[in-house]
Design a protein around this ligand. Structure first.
Ligand code: 5GP
Ligand code: ZN
Length: 113
């Protein structure tokens, strides 16, 4: 199994877990870009946004529900937060197993870099 996030999901690699159910695992980013930087990762290996199909509709919605829940638990929901999913190299995607970045706890800039 070469995918680093599949290995994290399987607990072959350690991570700081935040939330887990049968469909997703959320854990703290190893290189946080904000006071809150949690990754929400589907247990299904989907390489990029371009590989998301209709059968994943419920899964993708569930990822947003989990992000909401974590944002509320971490106290950033009312202040505001950002959800990011990168796709392919120019976006900055480095791990080819889709993941939602939950970023918050500081003012965010727009446009992003
Ligand atoms: P991407 O650049 O693909 O959108 O995001 C990948 C994210 O995964 C980066 O923010 C990076 O810091 C994080 N990351 C990469 N390897 C690991 C790891 O082994 N453990 C954890 N917790 N995060 C990782
Ligand atoms: Zn994977």
């Amino acid at each position: 199994m070469s995918c680093i996030f599949c290995r994290i999901i399987e607990k072959r690699l350690s991570s700081r877990g935040v939330y887990e159910d049968d469909r997703v695992y959320a854990f703290e980013d190893i290189n946080p870009q904000a006071p809150v930087h949690t990754l929400i990762v589907p247990k299904k290996h989907i390489p990029t946004i371009l590989d998301v199909s209709e059968e994943d509709n419920e899964l993708i919605g569930h990822m947003f529900q989990v992000a909401n829940r974590i944002a509320i638990e971490k106290g950033i929901a009312d202040r505001g937060f950002r959800l990011v999913m990168n796709c392919n190299h120019e976006s900055g995607q480095t791990v080819f197993h889709i993941h939602l970045h939950l970023l918050g706890g500081r003012p965010m800039h727009w446009p992003p870099g």
